[in-house]
Design a protein around this ligand. Sequence first.
Ligand code: NAP
Length: 307
Amino acid sequence: MTKLLITGASGLLGANLVLESAQSHEVTALYLKHPVRLGGIETAALDLNDYEEVLEFFSDVSPDWVIHCAAETNVDRCEQDHDHAHRINHFMARSVSRAAFSAGAELLHISTDAVFDGESEANHENQTPQPINVYGESKLEGERAVSEEHPGALIVRTNFYGWNAQDKSSLAEFFLQNLENGESCRGFIDVKVKTLLVNDLCKILLKMIESDLAGIFHVVAGNCMSKYEFGVTLAREFGLAGDLIEAVAVDEIGLSAKRPKNLCLSTTKLEQVLQIGLPTIEEGLRRLKTLREMGYPDRLKSMIGGD
Ligand SMILES: NC(=O)c1ccc[n+]([C@@H]2O[C@H](COP(=O)([O-])OP(=O)(O)OC[C@H]3O[C@@H](n4cnc5c(N)ncnc54)[C@H](OP(=O)(O)O)[C@@H]3O)[C@@H](O)[C@H]2O)c1
């Protein structure tokens, strides 16, 4: 059984990855402030900024793969605190990748579509990224640190939504909560993404690990929509009133960080290498609904509790 060590296991991607991989892999899950508990897997609290402790932990566990999901994902917080953004998204990625390399583990590092400026149409892996905010900058520096410290690392640039274990909202949960309460909300008409259901992302990541891939890959959905269109599509799939969503331009809102406008990344490389097609956003949203009907969000939330 492949041994996985998942950082950021209390986060949106990490928690879903723990649930999606626990049956088929030997999993160790790391968190910082939100304890993760799940029968059959090892969990621990570890501040990944402390290189010596990280190295000791990785060497003890001796995983086949480290999957580095931990990050600072609050784009506006990154803009307001440049040092914090770089400490978590850049220097911590360096420590984790150096420790994984020293412990003899393969590394899957999670990055973002926001390393691009959102001006280009194609956004292939071999294009030079030009981030326009501190979050994107710190994540790009993180990618570069990973490549230096662990030359064979697999780096995945992605964008996703889904059910959270913690009490916070992904893009889909934001629209659902508002629409189910009959409240109006706003969706950006000029920010386009190929956002992928996190459960589909997890399955693809596990396949990439199985296939021993290395280098940079874009892993996003099969089609592209504005965040406003995503909200309206979600409303249709869940039988809710999409007209409660107001279409607004992102620059009207007065956010701290600038947002890239077109993040519809090319996935040709992944599709050719793995010989797969990527799920559409509509397919992802249908599965999001099915997961709720199956009680999946409650299972996920029950993983995060006190000590
Ligand atoms: N969410 C998106 O739409 C999106 C889009 C593109 C790319 N990404 C990338 O995908 C990855 C996962 O994102 P996510 O949304 O799942 O993250 P998230 O929900 O914000 O969770 C962040 C995780 O990082 C952990 N963490 C933060 N600082 C830490 C530290 N010093 N030491 C150890 N752990 C620490 C947190 O632990 P505690 O909560 O326990 O403190 C939490 O588990 C990130 O690399 C992100 O940049 C996300």
